[in-house]
Design a protein around this ligand. Structure first.
Ligand SMILES: Nc1ncnc2c1ncn2[C@@H]1O[C@H](COP(=O)(O)OP(=O)(O)OP(=O)(O)O)[C@@H](O)[C@H]1O
Ligand SMILES: [Mg+2]
Length: 363
């Protein structure tokens, strides 16, 4: 099973500016978690703290008995080998072609031969639909392609903890759908622990086992998808439904009078126009989670999460309990059908389906 990441009472500031404080959460081993939050709330700072690139002011980050927040440089170097990270800006080396960029962690951290490295690099390039681009420089490809090259590089060491900072920004909707399937498939195959930052509500609603939300310098909530997707917490509800009405404003915060007025005007108001709905469904309770492609093993993480949700179900409001029971039943049914259908089928390829009929192959 993947590795647990236990964050306790973490606080980070730059000078006098507190980014967030008292953040406590545990990334369950082998599960996919998503961190949400308006721009500037410190999601990227959080990811960088988890791999020890930024030092928190206080608190701990425990990974296999090592506290990332205060361990030695040597321990940090060793522990970092567990991670595969995609930074928000991709962070490719501009003067290296894609092949060398993706081979870099293998050359740096392993004693593999160039032949073995070549096999891995070409396999990962194919996985993200970039076969044939190995000689290109990062400056010669589209933003979406750079993002996918960054994904390939994050995966070459078969990491046990995977951190993706907005892997879907700058990708077209078809590539986002493939990326989401890739995440679920990778998780089914490796049981690695994932933490993904995204602004895509469709992704947030259908991919992760757990959701977290940073807002106003704190972790508003972190827990199983079923619990957040049925939550009445105003910030969580507004964000997961992509609504204007709620505590989050364009400049991140609104004053409380405006929020109260908006919420009052919503009482008894008509539901939002369907065209305004985000991808992944809106308002209708909990959409089913994406299942692994046919032919892949079932995701053990999903079963563990569902059990956790069942254990806490009696503590939730009645409406939430009903919505959750409905989706758990539906997922169970789909899983049985998927297993039935998977006999003999093979997993779809991002490359073939997304690029075969499109001559440009741009991301
Ligand atoms: N190295 C740094 N030094 C000083 N301030 C920083 C540093 N890195 C980030 N910040 C500040 O921390 C805050 C949070 O930044 P962060 O990049 O984590 O936001 P974010 O939630 O990832 O936003 P977005 O969704 O736009 O990517 C910002 O105010 C930013 O200016
Ligand atoms: Mg960011």
């Amino acid at each position: 099973m993947g590795v647990e990441v236990a964050v306790h009472d973490l606080t980070k500031s730059f000078g006098k500016q507190i980014i967030w404080g008292d953040v406590t959460l545990t990334l369950p081993p082998g599960e996919v978690s998503v961190m949400l939050g308006p721009s500037g709330t410190g999601k990227s700072v959080f990811l960088k703290s988890l791999i020890g690139l930024l030092k928190p002011d206080k608190g701990s980050i425990m990974i296999r008995d090592v506290d990332i927040a205060r361990c030695s440089e040597h321990k940090l170097y060793e522990t970092r080998k567990l991670f595969g990270v995609l930074f928000q800006d991709g962070a490719l080396f501009g003067s290296m072609n894609l092949y060398d960029n993706i081979a870099f962690p293998l050359r740096e951290h392993t004693r593999k031969s160039e032949k073995e490295i070549s096999n891995i690099v070409l396999e990962k390039l194919e996985m993200v639909g970039l076969s044939g681009t190995e000689k290109k420089l990062p400056g010669e490809i589209s933003g979406g392609m750079r993002k996918r090259a960054g994904l390939a590089r994050a995966l070459v060491l078969d990491p046990e903890i995977i951190l993706f900072d907005e892997p879907d920004s700058g990708l077209d909707p078809v590539r986002v759908a493939y990326l989401n399937q890739l995440i679920i498939d990778l998780n089914a195959q490796t049981d690695a622990t994932f933490l993904i930052v995204t602004h895509d509500i469709g992704t947030a609603r259908t991919v992760p086992d757990n959701l977290g939300m940073l807002f106003r310098r704190e972790l508003v909530m972190f827990g199983p998808r079923e619990v957040l997707l049925t939550s009445e917490e105003p910030v969580v509800k507004q964000f997961l439904n992509g609504r204007r009405e709620g505590p989050i404003g364009m400049s991140e915060e609104k004053d409380s009078a405006q929020v109260a007025a908006e919420l009052a005007s919503l009482e008894g108001a008509a539901p939002p126009h369907p065209m305004a709905a985000p991808k992944g469904g809106i308002g209708g309770g909990v959409p089913p989670q994406i299942q692994p492609s046919p032919g892949l093993p079932e995701r053990k993480a999903a079963g563990r999460r569902q059990q956790r949700v069942l254990d806490m179900l009696h503590t939730l409001p009645l409406a939430a309990q009903e919505a959750i029971r409905a989706v758990l039943d539906q997922e169970h049914q789909e899983e049985l059908e998927a297993r039935e259908a998977s006999r003999g089928a093979s997993a779809p390829s991002w490359d073939s389906a997304a690029t075969q009929h499109v001559s440009s192959g741009q991301g």
